[in-house]
Design a binder for this molecule. Structure first.
Ligand code: AHR
Length: 643
């Protein structure tokens, strides 16, 4: 599951290295860029930090004055630009630099740099300009790499866009680096330039232009995901109908994307990672898109019933969703299919799942909104599985999900909740009258450790990092899903990413900074990784002849070829438990992979990293039909039987 929260998109998996590239707003604190010093920012505290035209992130080089200008907009979408005044008596190197997202990784590779520029005075000394772009240390005078662009005459009427590459060979000692655009004052003294959309991309995942930060995307890819749910989460709904995520504003040339000055998680979103980029993300990872469409409800007041569209205006919301689906899936003969083609992707995407809204149990108007959209979308796209975000028993009002549909449920809980609800999905369809309704466990994670109250305290920040006990509890709940594959068809941890310099939700599956060496794959990450690696095609029945669930929890499955049976076992207790397994076929070989540590609170800070990274265990290779082992305390184990 992905949404832009915790600077997970801008400043995160969206590979753009420049912060505030189009002066739409930035939260970076230039005082703390040498290392991360982030702390949790609660929504109410940081509205003041949210977007708006600011110069944050930029600094002058040499004798120049930097300011913001709105008289020379680059486009309707990007009205604020950087004005650079160079005094007539300036000498030497002049220009400006950018701090990146709390620093910038500079490593041996090719970077793509680009910017738009306009001049104010048609005639000035030299009448032509040679721009240089470079990667520099922010701590020393070192310039790691630079490229001089061909000399140009900068127009005074229309912006020109300049593009180049920077080949860097330096291995820099840290990420306290900057990107600079400079000129020689000899050529430009007395001139004023306007710059906008100043961009720098490193190599991206699968080399996609305007693509994903490689290491973070690879960490996702390595989990072997099956789907991506986007663009939220709350980020879809927005704080108000006006500031919500509007798909049509996230597509096309970057200069035509206004971004969201006040996005849901209280920082400006560039929407550089827009609808098409999300779809390309699924294409590059060969996974299903789960497209969440706006359902006519925005949050307005946290935890309260927010602004909703009345029934009489739901046709507007439906049309918006239909147009969006046409953009994603329509042939090039359709209006929006042609638009997608003009954006570089003529081949339609296949969308099999559409989610109607997000967490609409916050809103009493979902019944009319859900059915209106359900009926309208079903009529146009009968084969798409539609996902409801609420159903009759989980809201105070009545929604029956039609057969063939799905329910997206979210759980941010204490560990005990997941253990106690291991059997929640056993007979769920029958018990709740949701015949032929599947479940998307769309967001789940341990938010805080068990407390005397037994319930999450939403005014406390939550665990800073997932611990081993988090992964154990989440794993137990996932086993409950694996035992009921006809009900629980998909599941995803959330939130997935956290920029350690600025975040408003903890814990998260992967934490990172601009420094690639600081990327932290949590215990919860490794639990997801381990379970996805041993994905069965069918559930196998397990009969327990002695003992019951707790502290051991288990589920079993077999691969499609019926050559490998998987037994997933979790020990949610502090002592090892002897386990004997008898199969009704011959075992040809056994191996086990384990995440475990005597300390249930192990995180994966650098010292504890070893504790939560899956390891192949030493198990006795067996012939025959039975196998025995001591399941270590606090462990998550997958045993593979070759059969
Ligand atoms: O994952 C963080 C938020 O939690 C999501 O945006 C929302 O769906 C849920 O409340």
């Amino acid at each position: 599951m992905f949404e832009d929260i915790n600077h997970s998109g801008d400043g995160g998996i969206y590979a753009e290295l420049i912060t505030n590239r189009a002066f739409q707003g930035s939260n970076i604190n230039t005082g703390s860029i040498s290392g991360y010093s982030g702390s949790l920012i609660l929504p109410s505290e940081n509205l003041a930090l949210a977007g708006g035209p600011v110069l944050t992130g930029w600094g002058p080089i040499g004798d120049v004055r930097l300011s913001l200008d709105i008289l020379h907009p680059l486009s309707d979408a990007l009205p604020t630009v950087l004005q650079v005044d160079i005094p007539v008596n300036a000498t030497g190197e002049v220009g400006f630099f950018n701090y990146g997202w709390w620093g910038m990784d500079v490593s041996p590779q090719e970077y793509k740099a680009s910017f738009y520029v306009l001049a104010n005075y048609p005639r000035y000394k030299g009448n032509s300009t040679t721009f240089t772009v470079s990667l520099r240390s922010n701590l020393t005078e070192e310039i790691w790499a630079s490229t001089e662009l061909p000399t140009v005459k900068v127009d005074t009427l229309d912006y020109i866009q300049l593009n180049t590459t920077i080949s860097n060979e330096a291995k820099t000692p840290n990420s306290n680096n900057t990107f600079a655009v400079t000129m020689d004052a000899y050529e430009v003294a007395g001139q004023t330039f306007y710059f906008d959309l100043i961009s720098l991309f490193p190599e991206t995942f699968k080399n996609r232009p305007n693509g994903l930060r490689k290491d973070l995307a690879e960490a996702f890819y390595d989990i072997k995901p099956k789907f991506l749910r986007f663009p939220g989460g709350n980020n879809l709904e927005g704080v108000s109908p006006q500031t919500r995520w509007k798909w049509w504003k996230t597509i096309g040339p970057l200069k035509d994307r206004p971004g969201r000055a006040i996005a849901n998680w209280n920082y400006a979103n560039t929407d550089g990672l827009g609808l098409l980029e999300y779809l390309e993300w699924t294409e590059d990872m060969e996974i299903e898109p789960i497209l969440a469409v706006y359902s006519g409800f925005s949050l307005d007041i946290w935890g309260e019933d927010g602004a909703s569209y009345p029934e009489s205006r739901m046709h507007e919301v439906l049309q918006e969703a239909l147009d969006e689906l046409e953009y994603c899936t329509g042939p090039t003969t359709t209006k929006y299919g042609a638009l997608r083609a003009s954006h570089g992707h003529p081949t339609p995407f296949k969308i099999n799942f559409v989610e109607i809204g997000n967490e609409d149990w916050f809103s009493s108007t979902y019944p009319h909104r859900f059915y209106f959209l359900y009926n309208g979308l079903k009529a146009a796209y009968p084969d798409i599985t539609l996902i409801s975000t609420a159903y009759n028993e989980n809201a105070d009002y009545n929604i029956s999900i039609p057969a063939g549909g799905m329910w997206d449920t979210h759980h941010y809980e204490e560990p005990h909740y997941f253990l106690e609800n291991f059997n929640f999905y056993d007979n769920w369809q029958e018990a709740t009258n949701n015949t032929d309704v599947g479940v998307l466990l769309g967001e789940y994670s341990v938010k805080q450790l068990d407390s005397p109250d037994g319930a999450v305290n939403w005014s406390a920040p939550g665990l800073p990092l997932p611990q081993l006990v988090s992964a154990i509890a989440e794993g137990v709940y996932a086993l409950g899903g694996e035992r009921n594959p006809n009900t629980v068809r998909m599941s995803s941890y959330a939130p997935s990413l956290q920029n350690l310099n600025w975040y408003n939700w903890v814990p998260d599956m992967i934490a990172f900074t601009a420094n690639l060496a600081q990327t932290l794959l949590s215990a919860s990450y490794w639990q997801q990784w381990l379970f996805a690696r041993f994905r069965g095609a069918q559930t196998l029945p397990v009969v327990n002849t002695k003992g019951d669930f707790r502290p051991l929890f288990w589920a079993s499955s077999i691969n499609g070829e019926e050559t490998e049976a998987y037994l997933k076992v979790i020990n949610a207790g502090d002592t090892a438990v002897p386990l004997s397994v008898v199969l009704d076929v011959e075992i040809r070989g056994v191996n086990a992979t384990v995440i475990g540590n005597p300390n249930e609170n192990a995180e994966n800070t650098e010292e504890e990293m070893e504790a939560v990274v899956p390891k192949v265990a030493n198990v006795t290779q067996t012939r025959g039909r039975s196998w025995s082992w001591n399941v270590p305390a606090w462990s998550i184990v997958v045993v593979q039987f070759d059969v």
